[in-house]
Design a protein around this ligand. Structure first.
Ligand SMILES: [Zn+2]
Length: 354
């Protein structure tokens, strides 16, 4: 016997019910620019009805998957949470967007094919802008003010390979920084990547942290696949955040075995550690993401087949540290980031036994 499909409410952004108790699945209708019709943005709101247990300290949590359409662990993790989380187990409000750039997700591309916009460069958005800018504006105006914690679940796509990691930026407020680090650690990934804010503007997490939110990103896979290990960290990491803020009545729990070492913080806040490809060619990496390297150690080689008898160009690490990102594809183009090396700082964390 087939289970009936959960009911779906299709409505305009201004018609959403974001505050009544219970769980509601929506498709938010954003009018298209090029034709009569809509980008139907999947969205679930769960306003908890649980009154027992420890008090919630967060006004709410929002989790995004599919900010980039060719990164899948976050999409699947958030979709599973839309199904699994129930209002009677929750205190506070959980907002779930499994495919934030709905048009990019349907096209399986990084950027939206409708306006060519990278959703993770579209913030704070524009109320009367293109489709991606209007979605970003909606998130900024209607969702961010209702939450304390913002989770944006990414993967390497076709850009790069990372060791599975939660990620944060450096922020000026030490209290916010400390809480961001503690919250990122709840994903129990082997690494936490403190990455540069200098690379671009308009990131979803930039906007959220500038609004004072606890903003966490993460890279949970690579190569346009669904990595089961990354998926588990993404999904259970969101659950651990809800547990940590008292929104689920359970203590956070390890995602990896209890004997696994605690996450290591990798700091690479300066673009000096994001090394560009010096020439077009075929990229042969010689290290793995997460490896420790010495200054001058070979990171990889670039092959030029114009003369097949020529020596490849060796790419030597500009410094000692940990490789936190590595260019993924064989075909490399001059100017794209080839690798990132950062400083490793082991973290001391306490997990309650559950
Ligand atoms: Zn991404």
């Amino acid at each position: 016997m087939n289970t009936p499909e959960p009911s779906m409410i299709v409505c305009a952004p201004g018609e959403l019910d974001l505050s009544s108790p219970g769980k509601r699945h929506y498709q938010i209708a954003f009018p298209l620019d090029s034709s009569w019709g809509y980008s139907l943005l999947p969205f679930t709101v769960i306003r908890g009805t649980r009154t027992t247990g420890c008090a919630a300290t967060a006004g709410g949590v929002v989790a995004f998957g599919g900010t980039h359409g060719n990164e899948y662990e976050g999409q699947v993790a958030v979709k599973q949470l839309c199904q699994d989380l129930e209002a009677d187990a929750i205190r506070g409000t959980v907002f779930l967007f499994p495919q934030l750039s709905e048009s990019a997700c349907r096209a399986h591309t990084r950027c939206s094919p409708l306006d060519g916009v990278n959703m993770n460069r579209a913030f704070p958005g524009k109320e009367r802008g293109s489709i991606s800018e209007r979605i970003a504006s909606f998130v900024k105006r209607e969702i961010f003010p209702r939450v304390n914690v913002v989770l944006d679940l990414h993967a390497g796509g076709n850009e790069a390979v990372f060791p599975v990691c939660a990620s944060i930026h450096r922020v000026p407020d030490p209290q916010q920084q400390e809480e961001m680090l503690r919250t990122a650690a709840l994903f129990d990934t082997p690494f936490i990547f403190l990455y540069s804010r200098q690379m671009a503007s308009g990131l979803l997490t930039d906007e959220a942290e500038d609004d004072g939110k606890i903003a966490i990103g993460g890279e949970f896979g690579a190569g346009e696949t669904v990595d089961p290990n990354g998926l588990r960290h993404a999904r259970e990491g969101v659950r651990n955040v809800l547990r940590s803020y008292g929104m689920l009545d359970e203590a956070p729990r390890r995602v990896r075995p209890p004997s696994a070492r605690h996450p290591v913080l990798i700091e690479a806040p300066s673009l000096h550690d994001y090394i560009a490809t010096p020439m077009d060619g075929i990229w042969e990496p010689c290290v793995l993401p997460g490896d420790t390297v010495e200054e001058g150690q070979i990171i990889g080689r670039i092959h030029n087949f114009t003369n097949h008898a020529s020596q490849p160009l060796p790419v030597l690490s500009h410094r000692a540290g940990t490789v936190i990102a590595l260019y993924r594809a064989a075909v490399c183009r001059k100017g794209l980031t080839l690798y990132v090396v950062g400083d490793a700082h082991p973290l001391e964390l306490k997990w309650e036994q559950t």
